[in-house]
Design a protein around this ligand. Structure first.
Ligand code: SF4
Length: 410
């Protein structure tokens, strides 16, 4: 029995479900994240864990993942907690789109041997644009994958090259056409703002082009300069290329207004969607609900325990292949009732509809206003949040100081 696994089982067994404990400690997750750690090359800004892999290495990864899936299913059965049908499976990375449909099919088949799927399950695959992906799109659709997340980042080919991305805008066009031809309707694209040398005007131009794609979901992120990356070295040489913070904030607020005018409602700090196209999987994170995470570097939140698989493929593979599942995973936090309440607030404020008093009451059997009167009072006074009928949400000012809002609940 694994240490992490036994940790989860023991946690569940020792859990007396009381009103003060973590309400997620005694329920099985309905969402599963699969981390595919492979990328064809390293983007200049990226500090995620990713490695290159050939066909044989991808096949070996799939075999290991099947072992990990079986162990997670065994653990759940041993805990005595009833499995719940999965409502979301998310293949993230890395670049899951470099897997073949046959490899993804093996993983989905193994999941289906241990878990049932909700009839309206959302199955997302992240992919980078390119001819290789375009050729496989119909194959992915046939497997039941019904949501694609495509990493466009910008429509400017020079900026794509400067970011170290392998694709061009034309590759994105080609991949998007292939996705529509394969009858994908639920498609998200990733867009970056605050790129080196980007002005408000060039961002506006870029955004207009992005909106012509008419995808029902857009995720948008400010470029982060992470130490140790090629981008950090570029910035040291040319710090003048980094847009001023005020300029970057102007881009962000303009984007929120512009996408809304196109019917894409900003529903989270970094996401906008046509109604009904919000990412079900990511909403699990923002509602602080539990999820399984498999594959190297994947995080899990099961029975109130937050854990992470090793962000080292060889070490993860060694632990899984030898049955030492405890060594593949590190428990990071045992979230008690107080922690669960704080997470509900901190993550919930990411959603632009804000946090609901009724949802809080129903989960924790107490009043949010009583538990967090000091924190909410302070945030209201600073005008970072505002009252709405159901609870509280960030103001426009709060969007710029969101980290301070989250910080009140850490
Ligand atoms: S494709 Fe994504 S995960 Fe891979 S190197 Fe680029 S940014 Fe990182």
């Amino acid at each position: 029995m694994s240490q992490a696994g036994s940790g989860r089982q023991e946690k569940r067994k020792g859990q007396e479900q009381t009103e003060s404990c973590n309400p997620f400690a005694c329920v099985a997750p309905e969402a599963m994240y699969i981390h595919v750690p492979f990328c064809e090359s390293k983007c200049h800004y990226c500090n995620f864990y990713s490695i290159k892999a050939n066909k044989a290495e991808r096949a070996a990864y799939v075999d290991l993942l099947l072992l990990e899936l079986r162990e997670r299913a065994r653990e759940l059965t041993a805990s005595g907690v009833a499995k719940r049908p999965l409502r979301s499976i998310y293949f993230g990375g890395g670049t899951p789109g470099i897997m073949s449909p046959g490899e993804i099919e093996k993983i989905l088949l193994e999941i289906s041997r241990h878990w049932s799927f909700a009839s309206d399950i959302e199955i997302t695959l992240e992919a980078n644009p390119g001819s290789d992906f375009a050729e496989k799109t119909a194959g992915f659709k046939q497997l039941g994958i019904n949501r694609l997340s495509l990493g466009l980042q910008t429509t400017d080919n020079k900026k794509l090259a400067a970011l170290g991305r392998r694709h061009t805008r034309e590759d994105f066009d080609h991949s998007l056409e292939a996705a529509y031809r394969a009858n994908f309707t639920n498609i998200s694209l990733d867009l970056m703002l605050g790129l080196l040398g980007e002005s408000f005007d060039s961002f506006q131009e870029n955004l207009e082009l992005v909106l012509t794609y008419k995808t029902p979901h857009i995720s948008f992120y400010s470029l982060q300069i992470e130490e140790g990356t090629a981008l950090a070295r570029q910035v040291r040489a040319r710090p003048d290329l980094v847009p001023e913070e005020a300029e970057e904030r102007k881009m962000y607020h303009y984007l929120l207004e512009r996408v809304e005018a196109e019917g894409l409602l900003p529903y989270e700090i970094s996401n906008a969607a046509k109604p009904g196209f919000e990412s079900r999987h990511n909403c699990v994170y923002w509602r602080a609900e539990p999820y399984y995470g498999l594959g190297p570097a994947a995080s899990s939140y099961v029975f109130g325990l937050r854990s992470s698989n090793l962000a080292d493929y060889s070490a993860w593979a060694e632990a899984i292949s030898t049955g030492n599942f405890s060594k593949a995973c590190v428990i990071e936090e045992d979230v008690d009732g107080t922690g669960a309440r704080k997470e509900f607030m901190m993550l919930g404020f990411r959603l632009l509809a804000g946090i609901s008093k009724e949802a809080y009451r129903s989960l924790f059997k107490e009043e949010m206003d009583e538990r967090f009167s000091a924190e909410l009072g302070l945030l209201l006074k600073k005008k970072y949040i505002e009252v709405r009928a159901e609870g509280y949400r960030l103001t426009a000012l709060g969007l710029d100081y969101a980290n301070r809002v989250f910080g009140e609940f850490i």
